[in-house]
Design a protein around this ligand. Structure first.
Ligand code: PRX
Length: 677
């Protein structure tokens, strides 16, 4: 068992503290049309009925062979769902819809408004394009069932096409968020052992055409230095024949997909009959160490869970136009832009660019143009749109019946603006709390059944049984008004299966802390540690306060403080680095980076910039520190540990507490004078 972690600074400690709010209720009109209005669902999914209750989710899918064992715990806590079942995710998201819905739009693509029109891809066209690309991957790239392939793609339809082509072949895809640097992409290529990289030459963001291909060159070079050979780089062209990558193509390694595809026009690929527990994809996420973790998601369990939650929580009907504004490079996009909506035969919207360019009305114009009626975004975007365009939603003629927020706690004031202005007082809101690891929602209200409460994520989803433990392992009872570590008592089908190639880290990080018996094969002995702090109100609603570990949530994006610190250490003069989260009114949190230099090194004028640039190069611009503070020394305990808690308090202008027990208490005043001046 791992030692109990000592958390020195964390988001939870600087969490916004707001008052409990009253309930908001859905309209009778919404309830009448909802996919799930049967209050009995909570009863059916209570703990006594676990795990058999999840049959209801599995039955939303088409199986080649129906499963035999609903939950196999023989390798606990690596749980296997729907064991014995044979299934294909690509088939469930495409082929099974062709009989009745082949002419229905599967994907609406909204490019940046340069000179391109919206694209509307029907299920039939998606079928054709996925098959052709799958044939290329199989016959040209030599990929086969069980191989890993890294994708580093921007937000274009070719991204879900590539994911679904992989799924068709049983190839495990690992999409790296397009905004990550080439170096960050290399780490994921190496860890997953990918020999093929799929990328795109360029994409638009805020009016500029960004050369993305250069990241592939950096990624391959880094990976190869580390012994991971990348044989083929498959480069989609954003505008074939019109623009091309500024970076040159490497002969014998780099290929334009658009050229190769001509050889596969008309090709059809029979979907692989995958075992339910075979991995579908890897999604890397930040943790407490510098190395991102490859969360391995399975096929049958994951697909069942995202299909069910899309249907019951997102309330997607065949006639709805659903827009989740996330990036497919994060788990939200995988589960709730691609797999969940497409498995439900929805029309899902993908857009390029940002919501605030060319103006703050862009999102509402898109909603009006496409008739979007289900909208899904993060508090960061809502805060930004509220700040720069508070009156914009009223100018457009759209009507949302349903809206989601995800990724960070939402302040009640922001929630109310979202409800009144964006939702025009008509839309219900679900606040969905979950994680990369969990595949799908953990806490949320069910839109027609459980009332909304601003600032609160809601109760556990049906079949998800959260519990709050204190640091000693005692249960913090409902309504106690005390925060603690929120865990989930039971596994669920959407849960990740392991960390790719590192079962020990999986067990240590997520289960060791509250495991009742490490040799047990009983799921009851393996509560899942989420890494968040939460409070459970009397009504069973959970208010999420933020991370208890070394993870920062910046604009709803998860970054490891250790990852940023390791990136800073690439600069030769840097001796020590410490990252702390700072509250920000739009982004939620931002990283502040404290640096101590090696003896004899002087802080030059460009030092802070060089360090900040190094972080962007190593990780990507999303990790750019708010400020780099070069300090004479770090505040340290007598045993030499950096006191990040003290630095966090200084950055957030909070009380630093008693520092007299530190080895160097005098440095605290010095840093305070520098930061708070
Ligand atoms: O701290 C929680 C926060 O985001 C973390 C998970 O980040 P990631 O794996 O990137 O997945 C984000 C999208 C699911 C959580 O540990 N978080 C997520 N949703 C919420 C949230 N915090 C408060 N309220 C939410 N609705």
């Amino acid at each position: 068992m791992a030692e109990k972690e000592v958390v020195e600074t964390s988001e939870a400690q600087i969490a916004v503290h707001w008052q409990e709010e009253g309930y908001y209720y859905p309209s009778t009109e919404f309830i009448a049309q909802a996919n799930m209005s049967d209050k009995g669902i909570y009863e059916r999914f209570r703990l006594e009925n676990f795990p058999n209750c999840f049959k209801e989710y599995a039955d939303l899918l088409d199986w080649y062979e129906y499963w035999e064992t609903i939950l196999d715990t023989s390798d606990a806590p690596c749980f296997k769902w729907f064991k014995g079942g044979k299934i294909n995710a690509s088939y469930n998201c495409i082929d099974r819809h062709l009989k009745d819905n082949k002419n229905k739009t599967a994907i609406h693509f909204v490019p940046e408004p340069i000179d391109a029109r919206y694209e509307h891809i029907t299920y039939q066209e998606l079928y054709v394009r996925v098959n052709e690309f799958a044939a290329l991957l199989r016959d040209f790239a030599g990929l086969k069932r069980g191989d890993r392939v890294t994708l580093h793609m921007p937000m274009v339809p070719e991204l879900p096409i590539a994911m679904l082509a992989c799924a068709r072949l049983g190839v495990i895809h690992s999409q790296v968020f397009g905004g990550f640097s080439g170096t960050a992409c290399a780490d994921r290529i190496i860890d997953s052992g990918s020999n093929v990289l799929i990328t795109m030459d360029a994409y638009y963001r805020s009016g500029s055409l960004i050369d993305h291909k250069q990241n592939a060159d950096v990624a391959v070079e880094h990976a190869e230095k580390d012994g991971q050979k990348v044989d083929k780089v498959l480069v989609w062209q954003r505008y074939p024949g019109k623009y091309s990558a500024k970076t040159p193509m490497v002969d014998g390694r780099d290929y334009f997909v658009n050229d190769l595809l001509k050889n596969y026009y008309g090709a059809r690929v029979e979907p692989e009959r995958m075992n339910s527990e075979d991995p579908l994809f890897l999604m890397y996420t930040s943790g407490t160490t510098g190395k991102p973790k490859g969360c391995q998601h399975g096929t049958g369990g994951y697909l069942a869970y995202v299909t069910g939650t899309s249907k019951f929580v997102q309330d997607i009907h065949p006639e709805d136009v659903y827009w989740c504004m996330a990036d497919i490079g994060w788990i939200t996009g995988h589960s709730y832009i691609v797999y969940g909506p497409l498995a439900n035969c929805a029309s899902t919207v993908i857009y390029e660019g940002v919501p605030t360019y060319p103006d703050a009305g862009r999102s509402w114009r898109i909603a009006q143009d496409l008739g979007v009626n289900i909208f899904h975004t993060a508090p960061t975007a809502i805060r930004a749109l509220r700040k720069i365009g508070p009156d914009e939603p009223a100018k457009y003629n759209y009507h949302f019946k349903h809206m989601t927020t995800v990724g960070e706690p939402i302040e009640p004031e922001v929630w109310k603006w979202y409800h009144k202005e964006v939702g025009k007082g008509e839309a219900i809101i679900v606040d969905t709390w979950w994680q990369t690891e969990t595949g799908g929602f953990l806490c949320s209200t069910l839109p027609a059944i459980t009332p909304m409460k601003p600032g609160s994520a809601g109760p556990g989803m049906p079949g998800i049984h959260p519990i709050i433990y204190d640091d000693e392992g005692n249960v913090v009872p409902r309504g106690a008004g005390k925060a603690g570590n929120i865990c989930i008592q039971n596994p669920w089908p959407g849960m990740f299966q392991t960390i790719w190639g590192d079962r020990d880290r999986f067990v240590d990080t997520y289960f060791a802390r509250y495991c009742k018996d490490p040799s047990s094969k009983d799921w009851r002995d393996w509560p899942y540690l989420t890494g968040d702090a939460a409070v459970e109100a009397e009504d069973g609603y959970f208010r999420i306060l933020g991370r208890i570990d070394d993870v920062i949530n910046v604009s709803g994006h998860r970054l490891g403080t250790k990852e940023i610190e390791s990136a800073a250490l690439v600069v030769p003069e840097v001796a020590e680095a410490a990252v702390v989260p700072v509250a920000h009114d739009i982004k939620g949190k931002e990283p502040d980076l404290y640096i101590a230099l090696k003896p004899g090194c002087e802080a030059s004028d460009d030092m802070a910039k060089r360090i900040s640039d190094a972080v962007c190069d190593e990780i990507g611009k999303i990790a750019k520190p708010r400020k780099v503070w070069i300090v004479k020394d770090m505040p340290k305990t007598r045993s030499g540990k950096i006191m990040r808690r003290v630095l966090g308090a200084i950055s957030n202008k909070a009380d630093v507490g008693n520092v007299m027990t530190l080895a160097n208490p005098e440095i605290v005043e010095e840093i305070k004078a520098m930061v708070q001046k």
